[in-house]
Design a protein around this ligand. Structure first.
Ligand SMILES: [Zn+2]
Ligand SMILES: [Zn+2]
Length: 121
């Protein structure tokens, strides 16, 4: 709770087991699905790997994703929010937008020897 984390269902199951050794994976998965359906949890699907679950529902935010280690960080939603021009919506009723900024986290950038190339801000 309140942590700045984006855990996979597997990781959440592991953590839950530390407190409730008998909790089953199915219980954890079902609970996660319920929380997502209730809007208490965000599903984040921004990497090649398994979906992550994000407890930060209070602040509208986007994600920075490391392409190398798949670390995810929250970034505040830029204002004004991007929107699709009316003429390009093809009749769609637009209800949301998600932005994923891809790149390398500091650790991976160092490993890849691409230090100091943070040109955009
Ligand atoms: Zn990384
Ligand atoms: Zn997030």
């Amino acid at each position: 709770m309140g942590e700045h984390v984006h855990l996979t269902a597997e990781q959440i199951h592991e953590r839950a087991q530390q407190r409730l050794p008998e909790v089953s994976r199915a219980t954890v998965y079902n609970t996660l699905n319920e929380l997502v359906a209730m809007g208490e949890l965000l599903e984040v699907d921004v990497t090649d790997g398994p979906k992550r679950y994000d407890p930060n529902i209070a602040d509208r935010h986007d994600h920075l994703v490391c392409e190398s280690c798949h670390a995810i960080r929250d970034v505040p939603r830029s204002a004004p929010e991007p929107s699709v021009p009316r003429g390009a919506r093809a009749g769609f009723l637009v209800t949301g937008v998600e932005i994923t900024y891809r790149g390398l986290c500091p650790t991976c950038a160092r490993r890849h020897g691409q230090n100091g190339q943070n040109g955009q801000k």
